[in-house]
Design a protein around this ligand. Structure first.
Ligand SMILES: Cc1cc2nc3c(=O)[nH]c(=O)nc-3n(C[C@H](O)[C@H](O)[C@H](O)COP(=O)(O)O)c2cc1C
Length: 169
């Protein structure tokens, strides 16, 4: 519960490197996400080459913090495993959230940058990572040791919770 309530997007990172084992552990946690018909159509590309991290903002306009960041994880959908057609964005959203929470629990900072369904960003990752035709890039999570950590916020809105009917009780 603590991890759920304190996770925030971290967009500024220390220059110190991130051990790959920590990223791999978070990727493992991402694979424990629920998925429609348990299709688990995800693929994970860990990007740690500085020249690739620096290239990302050239095609993903809200991912400027990739430049100079130590590492990132591109989560993709592999159409070869598509048994619950149309559900992959929900499955990969759950996987991305697992990844973020696992990173946060390990003391790392991260931000989800949106890829799918923006054509330009998807095309950029397809080209940069030489993705085959059946692999669709979905989200890119940028990771590093936090330089600044945003404070936890309270987002609970009692009026958004409904019982049985819109105005029911
Ligand atoms: C689908 C999705 C796409 C997002 N894309 C970006 C992005 O491109 N760049 C960015 O800086 N943050 C991005 N975010 C992070 C949101 O801005 C952030 O989660 C939101 O403002 C709430 O703040 P918090 O994560 O600190 O709780 C994205 C989040 C989601 C769920």
């Amino acid at each position: 519960m603590k991890a759920l309530y304190t996770r925030r997007s971290v967009r500024k990172y220390q220059s110190k490197p991130v051990p790959v084992e920590l990223v791999e552990e978070a990727v493992k946690a991402a694979m424990f996400a629920p998925s429609a018909r348990n299709q688990q159509s995800w693929e994970f590309i860990i990007i740690d080459k500085p020249e690739l991290m620096d290239e990302i903002p050239t095609f993903s306009p809200h991912a400027g913090m990739a430049k100079g960041a130590p590492v990132g994880v591109l989560i993709c959908h592999n159409e070869d495993y598509d048994t619950a057609v149309g559900f992959f964005p929900q499955d990969l959203g759950a996987a991305t959230q697992n990844l973020l929470l696992a990173l946060h629990a390990q003391g790392l900072g991260a931000v989800w940058t949106g890829v799918y369904p923006r054509e330009e960003r998807m095309a950029g990752f397809v080209k940069m990572c030489s993705l085959p035709e059946n692999v669709i890039p979905y989200s890119f999570t940028i990771i590093g040791w936090p330089e600044t950590e945003p404070a936890a916020t309270d987002r609970f809105k009692k009026e958004r919770v409904h019982y049985n009917k819109w105005e029911g009780k």
